[in-house]
Write a protein that binds this ligand. Structure first.
Ligand code: UGY
Ligand code: MN
Length: 245
């Protein structure tokens, strides 16, 4: 069917809403049997990259040019690093510090969110460690005391780590209690449900499968709509001085 050039996707100087009808797949180096949808990249103005990686049966992903965070969206992935082998199910994740030799492979078809960021060392020199976990095992914390809006932190929050990845779950009707404007940028993947996202001076209907990039200082607000919770995976740069010092 003709769509007559219509899409919910929108690119503005301080944000990108990228909906699945506009996704274009590409191969990338150091991977076989994996196709990538590049969501955020330096060419967009982002300080990190975020992809959806689509693994065919037997697909594998080798070394990353930066720190790497892998979150399983569908299927299973096997992460081999140092002498360890970890099997990640849906909602499982792995953090691999920059320079750690590793392989991420799929025995069957699988999909994952991938986030990569050049590491900014901690001024005190603490070294980040490999992290393996599952979102389901993480503690649910009400945001600003609102039990209808819950946050799960996936990364450890220590001085060694220069980014955070959280999930945020909104019960139907729940909303951010304020319009946020902050120095950190975001990469956001809608996992479940939907609602209205305010980005800059625009309000967008969004749903599971959509990706959003928010530049530093992009005004942002979300309210959940529908009869089931809305949930997203959200990246932000974290714990580093804005002067880069
Ligand atoms: O962590 C955050 O800044 C988060 N509350 N932002 C967002 O959901 N747009
Ligand atoms: Mn925010």
């Amino acid at each position: 069917m003709h769509h007559l050039g219509l899409t919910r996707s929108s690119l503005k100087p301080d944000h990108l809403l990228q909906t699945p009808d506009t996704f274009v797949r590409t191969p990338l180096p150091a991977a076989s049997g994996v196709e990538f949808v590049v969501h955020a990249a330096p060419r967009l103005g982002a300080g990190f990259t975020q992809f959806t990686a689509e693994f065919a049966q037997g697909g594998a992903l080798g070394q990353a040019p930066a720190q790497r965070f892998v979150f399983v969206l569908e299927g299973q992935l096997i992460v081999e690093c140092q002498t360890e082998v970890h099997r990640l199910q849906k909602d499982g994740f792995a953090y691999l510090p920059q320079g750690v030799q590793h392989l991420v492979r799929a025995e069957g078809a699988a999909r994952a969110a991938l986030i990569e960021k050049p590491y900014s060392p901690s001024p005190q020199g603490e070294a980040p460690q490999i992290v393996i976990g599952s979102e389901r095992e993480k503690l649910d914390t009400p945001l600003m005391g609102d039990p209808a809006l819950r946050v799960r932190a996936l990364m450890p929050d220590g001085p060694a780590y220069d980014f955070a990845v959280n999930t945020m779950t909104y019960d139907p009707g729940a909303a951010l209690s304020m319009v946020e404007i902050h120095v950190m940028e975001h990469g956001l993947l809608m996992l479940e449900g939907g609602g209205i996202y305010r980005l800059g001076d625009s309000w967008y209907p969004v749903e599971a499968g959509d990706f959003i990039w928010m530049a530093p200082y992009c005004p942002q607000w979300f309210g959940a709509l529908g009869k089931r919770p809305a949930k997203y995976l959200i990246y932000k740069d974290w714990r580093r001085h804005p002067l880069g010092a």
